[in-house]
Design a protein around this ligand. Structure first.
Ligand code: SF4
Length: 223
């Protein structure tokens, strides 16, 4: 016990304060990147999200859910992106009465250019060692998953919730996980946050995979 235990605000609150500060820089970064591309931050976010959905496209409601905005706000952003020629609307292949939104070749060019823009947040993250970045990635995934389980955010296409994910099935400390989709081993640094091949595992399998992943991740966590 040290006097600091009584003097300090709870650790989780200080972490949130720190993340708030990083979040503010990330928002400023986003404004800069969006402005350069002639988009608003919401349009930028919508465009990069839809770009990852492939040729089948995605429904408006899913876009609104992912962005955490109302459907009218998402509709406005999508309409602006369609006018700019970056998105197109087409009949949903799964339901001819519904509309899916898909990225155009011009939209892909913009997303590629945005992806090449190095932000100040990215530069700061690059100042961490490779091991620190990998550990941080696992902690970010753990936090995102907790938010998803609490239904604070819509389902994300994470490896740890995918039916193809096998946690710690290889003895190789660098590549302990396995992706059954590509049938290959991979490491913590390769864990994905938004995989196009993601297939949500049923709840029981998801929880079992998470227990296997989390228990071993804690075994390997720095003391
Ligand atoms: S298919 Fe994608 S999300 Fe699923 S385990 Fe493989 S890399 Fe991860």
């Amino acid at each position: 016990m040290t006097p600091f235990d009584a003097l300090s605000t709870p650790l989780s609150r200080r972490l949130r304060e720190g993340l708030d500060r990083i979040g503010a820089v990330m928002r400023a970064d986003q404004w800069g990147v969006a402005e350069e591309a002639g988009l608003t931050p919401t349009q930028l976010h919508a465009l990069t999200f839809i770009a990852g959905r492939g040729d089948a496209g995605i429904r408006l409601r899913a876009v609104a859910e992912h962005l955490g905005v109302t459907q009218p706000t998402a509709t406005d952003s999508i309409a602006a992106l369609v006018r700019k020629g970056l998105l197109t609307k087409l009949a949903d292949p799964k339901d001819a009465r519904a509309v899916a939104i898909r990225i155009t070749p011009a939209g892909c060019d913009v997303v590629r250019a945005i992806g090449l823009a190095i932000t100040s947040t990215e530069r700061a993250l690059e100042s961490l060692s490779a091991k620190e970045q990998s550990t941080l990635l696992e902690l970010v995934i753990k936090t995102i998953r907790a938010l998803q389980e609490a239904k604070a955010i819509p389902p994300q296409r994470l490896c740890v919730t995918c039916r193809h994910f096998r946690a710690y099935v290889h003895e190789n400390a660098e590549l302990p996980h396995h992706c059954a989709f590509v049938d290959a081993a991979f490491g913590g640094r390769h864990l994905r946050l938004d995989c196009g091949e993601h297939d949500e595992a049923p709840p029981e399998a998801r929880h079992a995979a998470w227990r296997a992943f989390d228990r071993r991740a804690e075994d390997f966590a720095p003391g």
